[in-house]
Design a binder for this molecule. Sequence first.
Ligand code: FAE
Length: 547
Amino acid sequence: MSDSASAGSDSKGVSRRGFIAGTGSLLGLAALTGRAPAAHAQAASATASIATGAHVPALVIGTGYGGSVAALRLAQAGVDVHMIEMGMAWDTPGADGKIFCNTLSPDHRSYWLRTRTKAPLNYFLGYPIDKDISRYTGILDAEEFSGITVYQGRGVGGGSLVNGGMAVTPKRENFAAILPSVNPDEMYDVYYPRANAGLGVGTVDPAWFDSTACYQYARVGRKHAQRSGFPFVFVPDVYDWDYMKQEAAGTVTKSALDGEILYGNNHGKKSLQKTYIAQAKATGKVTVSALHKVTSVAPAAGGGYTVVIEQIDTSGATTATKTVTADKVFFAAGSVGTSKLLVKLKATGVLPDLNDEIGKGWGDNGNVMCGRANHLWDPTGKLQSTIPCGGIDNWAAGGAFAEVAPLPTGIETYASFYLSITNNPHRAQFSWNAATGTVDLNWQTSWKQPAIDMAKTIFDKINAKEGTIYRTDLFGVYKIWGDHLTYHPLGGAVLNKATDNYGRLAGYPGLYVIDGSLIPGNTTVNPFVTITALAERNIEKIITTDL
Ligand code: FAE
């Protein structure tokens, strides 16, 4: 399942000095190793995972948005990069001929090391819908902390494998609240456009939206929003909109129109595997070890860092422990993954000089879910595209931006479903629990109340206007709010606090954070475009000044 690595061979030949001087280019590599960088040599290296004892110029922990940007740009600058990913490569079809399983029939591929599914929307018509599955390194991790379940993608591509692909650039007037130390001009003139281009972001054709059966639910959402005086906005996405039109026309294999979301998308979604990671691999300078988990990063005696990596099998069991060295290490394990590693490494004395901001400033992007029960004359449709394309913007007045989300059950439900992003002010902290040897998060369930109150500024008004009520059967028995979870973990190694203003970790030259943990808890909209744009900004600076 792991899809490559050359660190034990090619990159070994690149000296630290060579890396710093930028001579790890294709030409320099050939000169240093005495071997021509022939295409077949790269192809051969694409089958082996990283070897113990390897030395790599740049090691990236995680293959989500931040990691993929770092890998591509470093490679384009001539640096050999090895990416370490704890999840699977997701490049091999299962017995059913598909790489990913369907949302309506989850199997072992759905969840990360669970024996029972843990669906975010876990009830239907008041009945629990979770089912037993066999334990496997599946694609969606429902990681449970004491007060919140944090959903994350596992595999090469990180969150891009499981998310809805909603690619939203925040409004410029909100930017100062998101990243106060970053110059908005450079973000809106350079890095957001670069991120949107790199991700392949596009917007639904409005005329097709108005006519297709699969967005009836969104049109109902738009009608209800507008009748209550709320702006409805089209939300860009990385789904291939032409492919979706062909799905609707019945000329290609269905994906968004066949209920695929959450557990992977077999066709139309442009995950990072198809964009940044594909480009990175095409440079010939980036290799990836899947089913490898970084457990330690420590200063090495001769300079650089010693990285300990556990190779696991699909049952989660460790099959090998590898030790490699790296000149530079990029933490891109996601907000939770990076925070957990850094908090542990500081507390256990491995990286004792990390500052006291490590683990702080974590937020849930104010996520809260709810459903509304429509009248019989407002059906939302049996066929629903799994890719949301619209939202209700009440951020300025009520602190909420609500995605009009699908409920792709295959039957008419007369339900409107929403994921709200709210301006919830609560922030939690990760801390090391020496007794259990784990990292805890001190989020409290009651901290969702401000998010609920903000979401209610939209839905109470719509319900009053339409004469409708909240659904009480989607998150339990007589439970309105999905307030137990987040899809958008952010923070834990906040920019310009735990790191400098470009993600350099205080006290450790050559260690960088480059993922969602840099963002202090909220982006006012869905986060991955901002994570990508910030990574583009930071890696450009790092390449210019640190290499
Ligand atoms: P992320 O993409 O999480 O990548 C981190 C990677 O590191 C993962 O592949 C991990 O498996 C790996 N990793 C962790 N620890 C280790 C370790 N120790 N060793 C090796 N590898 C490790 O990080 N956002 C949007 O903007 N729009 C949406 O429509 C949207 N929908 C979502 C729907 C769902 C169900 C979920 C779960 C998330 C959604 N998100 C959405 C959030 C988005 O996917 C998330 O913010 C980004 O993926 C975070 O990017 P990072 O680069 O921080």
